[in-house]
Design a protein around this ligand. Structure first.
Ligand code: ADP
Ligand code: GLC
Length: 471
């Protein structure tokens, strides 16, 4: 089967979060399972893009309303990722250092999708499936079906995977001039709550919709940033497919980012060596349990609760634990996390920013991972931490429900209900209790590291879904 993924991120080309990890891994595993997989994404100004070799596959000229521009479709020459990688290059619009966060993001991703559709239109054959990820590719199902110039693409089956329904790409109607000419009778299929809503349009027009965990799919019908009724209405074509992880890339035995490699048998020694490196780097006491938080410092991750929770725990336990935070986001949260460094320099540290190497070292060297997320469509951190023998402490939401079982229910993690100081404190105290018995800690580590969350187990669920639409 020929599968084309359309996405805004893909590790190692460009990554802002879990979408990048999934888009780097799912196509690779689909290819391993015998399919012909391609992925197309924007050309950003990243290290990977500059260091790779590209050939021009197609050049074209198109417009967003009265803004005309030229673009190129570039193909990576050496099959570095294990599937065929294409980039859409639009000078001035896409080729910037960051993936998101510009005032003209909506315009950038519409231009990206128009170029993808133009490129597909001139293929000599059609792909079996076009798999769109998040709102950045959410308009393609509409474009294929109802934009006059793309009629030839109307019978290509499209799948929309929602990694995060919080971001929908809303646009005022005066921006509709950016879209290719479309059947005006179908205007309702672009719209939700009186604006153009690319994510809602994707849900209405894709042949099938998936979310990245079954529990998140259920939650969206009650809590989806305004789309609740739409999810209820479209539930017949929606399914939740739990993400996997790339177990080649995320393998403590071979991970080149970490100081000491280890497997299940050598976990006690290996994790201790990695913890020592971290504690030395961040001035922490190696005897204490090390709790980490890695992620975007935003409300969805409950990052705003973190500073007070950490301060309360350190105060009440007389610094019985260490905390190390890696992330960036809300400047107010960043400042409050920064302040704690000066209050508890021996038990707390904060690395502000994005650092792939450090994230791996933290999964390897920590004892516990804290994830109090308010919203978590799937969450990959907890799966990486399980693989590295680091016990996750998670709030019961979305994919965290589907991937972490509390030790009280014969599981291997700690679960709590509310993203507040009380619940976080209680979870941390339970973890400190486990840490005090090395025998118990090591037994849980073994259990965690035996869990197999590889994409190998999940990829067939996507293939089965695609197959339903292939005649
Ligand atoms: P989300 O996509 O919502 O941010 P996920 O749990 O799905 O959350 O994935 C987050 C991914 O991004 C993981 O690979 C995590 O290790 C990584 N990550 C998040 N923040 C940082 C950071 N500051 N530095 C390095 N890696 C990070
Ligand atoms: C999104 C979600 C996250 C999920 C990731 C990959 O960024 O916030 O929960 O794991 O996508 O699907």
């Amino acid at each position: 089967m020929e599968i084309l993924h359309v996405t805004a991120e893909c590790y190692p080309v460009a990554k802002a979060g879990g979408l990048g990890d999934v888009a780097g891994a799912l196509p690779k595993y689909e290819q391993h399972h015998g399919h012909n997989v391609k992925l197309i994404m924007p050309y950003y100004s990243t290290k990977f893009v500059h260091e790779s070799e590209w050939e021009t596959d197609y050049t074209g000229r198109t417009n967003l309303g009265d803004y005309f521009f030229s673009y190129k479709i570039l193909k990576e020459k050496t099959n570095k990722l294990g599937f065929t990688l294409y980039l859409v290059e639009i000078h001035g619009l896409l080729d910037r250092p960051k993936i998101y966060g510009y005032d003209d993001d909506a315009q950038r991703f519409i231009a990206f999708q128009i170029c993808v559709a133009n490129w597909l239109r001139q293929w000599h054959h059609k792909p079996g499936i076009v798999h769109c990820h998040d709102y950045h590719a959410g308009l393609l199902p509409f474009i294929f079906k109802y934009c006059y110039d793309y009629n030839s693409l109307s019978d290509i089956p499209t799948i929309l995977t929602i990694h995060n329904a919080e971001y929908q790409g809303w646009l005022d109607w005066n921006k509709s001039v950016w879209l290719p000419r479309y059947d005006l009778w179908k205007t309702g299929l672009l719209e939700w709550n009186n604006v153009i809503n690319p994510l809602a349009s994707g849900i209405k027009n894709a042949w099938a919709v998936t979310t990245v965990s079954p529990s998140y799919m259920r939650e969206l019908r009650h809590n989806s940033n305004g789309l609740e009724d739409l999810f209820e209405y479209e539930k017949g074509k929606c399914t939740g497919i739990l993400n996997g992880i790339d177990t080649e890339l995320w393998n403590p035995k071979t991970d080149t980012y970490i100081e000491a490699n280890y497997d299940i048998a050598g976990a006690a020694k290996g994790k201790q060596a990695n913890k020592e490196v971290l504690c030395n780097e961040f001035g922490l006491n190696i005897e204490k349990p090390l709790f980490i938080f890695i992620g975007r410092l935003v409300g969805e991750k409950a990052a705003d609760v973190l500073p007070d929770a950490v301060k309360t725990i350190l105060w009440e336990t007389q610094q019985a634990a260490n905390f190390l935070v890696l992330g960036s986001g809300d400047p107010f949260v960043e400042d409050r996390l920064e302040e704690i460094k000066y209050i508890y320099p021996e038990s707390y540290n904060f690395y502000k920013g994005y650092n792939e190497r450090l994230s791996h070292q933290m999964y390897a060297g920590a004892d516990f991972l804290l994830m109090p997320s308010r919203v978590e469509p799937c969450g990959l951190n907890q799966m990486y931490s399980l693989r590295y023998g680091t016990m996750p402490l998670v709030r019961r939401t979305g994919g965290l429900i589907d991937t972490v079982i509390d030790i009280g229910d014969a599981g291997y993690g700690i679960c709590f209900n509310h993203a507040n100081i009380e619940d976080i404190k209680h979870a941390v105290n339970r973890a400190i209790g486990i840490y005090q018995s090395k025998k118990m800690l090591y037994a849980y580590r073994k259990k965690m590291m035996q869990i197999d969350n590889s994409w190998d187990n999940t990829v067939e669920k996507y293939i089965d879904l695609y197959q339903q639409f292939i005649s």
